[in-house]
Design a protein around this ligand. Sequence first.
Ligand code: EPZ
Length: 420
Amino acid sequence: MDKFIVEGGHRLNGRITVSGAKNASLALMPTCLLAPGVFHLDNTPNNRDVWTFSRLLGSLGVHAELNGHTLLLDSTNINSFEAPYEHVKKMRASIYVLGPLVARFGQARVSLPGGCNFGPRPVDLHLKGLEKLGAQISIDGGYINASCPRLQGAPFHFDISSVGASVNVMMAAVLAKGHTTLTNVAIEPEVTALARMLVSMGANIEGIGTTTLEIDGVDELRPVRHDTIPDRIEAATFLIAAAMTRGDVTLDHVNPYHLTAVIQKLEESGAELDVAGDTIRITMNDAPNAVDITTAPYPGYPTDSQAQWAAYMLLAKGASRVRDTIYPTRFGYVPELQRLGADIETGDMYCVVKGGAHLSGATVMSSDLRASASLVLAGMVAEGSTEILRVYHLDRGYESLEHKLNAVGARIRRERTEEF
Ligand code: EPZ
């Protein structure tokens, strides 16, 4: 187990290169199951979730090798169609192997993903979509069994905008026989990135980037080399960190179009942002204005950056409300921030953050990936040192977070600990 010791009071100043998007990599990696051969995924982040997914693919017979930031996936010899609980329990996105396995091999046995620290994470839309394409689905012993000699194209409407269900069903539909129309498809950049990669593999998909996809199934696809989009959530985390420390930071290798809601909220808070090509420069010279946020599916304010915004609003001139319409209970970070002196009240699907907080360092516990990020940000502006336990949560979605932040002035030390 590792922990962070974060020394507060250091202004961020300099440039940070943003890594490839974790949630894009997790959507792109299972496409290797759709065609035999060697795939190369460039700009893959070197983080724990990518390692976990690589091990899962390995258990299916894929040879996975991360060379720098290029992930090589050789799917020539798939020899299993079962995703065991040992992998799925570590990462929900493991369920992304379900669609491709059924589509290409006609069978799959995938452990039901559990919930997580911010509530139940149902997969009913994944299963309904695959059933509509003809898969026989049954559940026994905590496993999903899916089978179908050849999926058949069909219309399917997602009752809720779901990133994961859109990813899974899209990967199944591209090899189904006939035409599939998907409506209310998620349009998060990671979903659009997957559609583009599938087209480069030979899939027929129209409407990419919109909530309606028209897919004509093909009989086979081919392996490709594909570049992973930048991580918009990592970028948002760094922008907020810079604003919190009244810093001056330029992010390199970002896609500003993926961050319009976050950029606008930061500007409303009083930060100055300059967007130029694939860089964003943020400067902040004062305490922020209190700005409310409400999360929503893309292009709305991302739920994966609401905890970070709550940490930022601790410094604001007034109170602000943070609402999460996607995960109503995603506020596990609040009690931990309260240990640092935060005055936050939680309600139904929201919390109210009182600004002007005087934060003092303490020991706090990470609970999930993005909650952990909010603790690091708060520790960076708290008086004294803050000890953050269970940083493996952070390592799931951030590559070398402490190195990137220390390179622009933060003081974060990683220590191994027996504490749990
Ligand atoms: C993806 O999770 C992301 N994970 C999450 O990021 C992100 O928070 C989430 O999308 C929302 O943007 C990956 O991309 C690997 P959803 P996912 O299906 O696909 C409900 C992070 O920190 N729903 O879009 O699981 C669900 O309960 C992670 O990087 C159903 O009801 O999210 C939620 O309320 C955390 N039935 C809403 O849809 C289903 O079958 C959106 O969830 C599926 C989802």
